[in-house]
Design a protein around this ligand. Structure first.
Ligand SMILES: N[C@@H](CCC[C@H](N)C(=O)O)C(=O)O
Length: 289
């Protein structure tokens, strides 16, 4: 008889994830298996998958094991690998607390973008220390239909193109990735955020995520937007010496982002576990190939 495979379902501001606890890294999660699990009709459904593995048991995380016991092996909904997921980091931490694997308080988690710090309370919002942003030089233009906008490159471990627009409806249906130029700008693809102002240091976004399509929220995207907005508003903390805090509304809720003068960015928002169950191992075996 095949071994039972547990899963959970969770979300952070409606960016939703299939959670697969696998401490010893024993489950074959091929690209096809992840895509099948994230399929909203034939699978469990999710924007992405959080594979929860002990750092010591994963070749990509072993070097971080002394600092962070648990590795977030994040995958996009199409099965592709991404460096970092901000909403995923909060849901990952929420799972560890829910499963009794860590206590409340401060926690370090390993990700492909390095070790991140999390402040975890039993109830309420979770804060993740997202590290600093990189702002690669280069002019990029993002288009939808007849309209096009200049976009700011912001790298939060993963790549983002941030475009300020007059109306979020101008982003269109976002079924497919918005074209950008030059085509060579993002050889590994990009997450594209469309942003409008809602008030002083308060913005709203829609996002097309690489590997997942339009989602209801993107944590790294919200950080990228806050960083781009601070430069646009003359509030760059490395220049002013003051932290810059932005409220970022996403279709699925609200995130609060603070960039500190030293460059560290903190993201605060909710993370919820909504269900637990078991994956049919035979189905997964067939889906994996
Ligand atoms: N939803 C995530 C970002 C997930 C990765 C992204 N799609 C990529 O490929 O870089 C977030 O909350 O940050």
């Amino acid at each position: 008889m095949s071994t039972r495979i547990a899963f959970l379902k969770g979300h952070g501001t409606e960016n939703d994830f299939v959670i697969v606890p696998d401490p010893e890294n024993a489950i074959d999660l091929s690209t096809a298996a992840v895509a099948a699990l994230c399929d909203r009709r034939a699978g469990i459904g999710g924007d992405g998958l959080l594979h929860i593995v002990r750092s010591a048991a994963h070749p990509e995380a072993r070097a971080m094991a002394a600092e962070a016991e648990w590795f977030m092996d994040y995958r996009n909904g199409d099965g592709s690998i991404a460096e970092m997921c901000g909403n995923g980091a909060r849901v990952f931490a929420r799972y560890l607390l829910h499963a009794g694997l860590v206590p409340e308080g401060d926690l370090a988690i390993a990700t492909r973008a390095g070790v991140k710090s999390v402040h975890l309370a039993k109830d309420g919002d979770i804060t993740v220390g997202m590290g600093g942003a990189r702002l690669p030089e280069g002019d990029v233009t993002v288009s939808v239909g007849e309209r096009s906008w200049p976009a700011r490159n912001v790298n939060m471990g993963n790549p983002h193109a941030v475009a300020f627009v007059d109306d979020l409806a101008h982003a269109g249906d976002l079924y497919s990735p918005p074209p950008f130029s030059p085509a060579s700008a993002y050889p590994d693809g990009v997450n594209v955020e469309f942003v409008v102002d809602r008030g002083p240091r308060h913005v709203a976004l829609r996002v097309h995520e690489r590997g997942s399509g339009e989602t209801r929220s993107c944590g790294t995207g919200a950080c990228a937007v806050a960083v781009a907005a601070a430069r646009r508003d003359g509030a760059d903390p490395s220049v002013t010496g003051n932290p810059a805090t932005y409220t970022v509304d996403v279709p699925g809720g609200r995130l609060v982002i603070t960039e500190h003068p030293g460059g560290e960015i903190e993201m605060t928002g909710p993370a919820v576990i909504v269900a637990e169950g078991e994956i049919d191992p035979e189905w997964l075996e067939n889906a994996a190939h």
